[in-house]
Design a protein around this ligand. Sequence first.
Ligand code: SF4
Ligand code: SF4
Length: 86
Amino acid sequence: MKVILGGLAQPATSLANNTGTWRNYIPVFLQKTCTGCTICAIVCPEGCVYSVEKKKFTFDAKYCKGCGMCAAECPVDDIEMVMEEK
Ligand code: SF4
Ligand code: SF4
């Protein structure tokens, strides 16, 4: 991916920007106490959280950068961040 002077990416390149390579921590969606509130999907800066069925959410590891926003904002602590082994 070409990055221009100043560190800005070209427009309309988010799909090509594999932000999953930035990650040290990875979320674990426990899928035990989820209420289906969708907050995790709303706050994810990469837009990579999605539901697989009612009250079960997961994420796309290709774009998850491990920021922990989803875990921090989940009101029922149903997401844990763990160190990712590489
Ligand atoms: S924020 Fe937590 S409770 Fe809400 S949808 Fe996501 S995992 Fe479920
Ligand atoms: S850790 Fe950050 S980038 Fe990854 S799914 Fe959660 S909010 Fe999205």
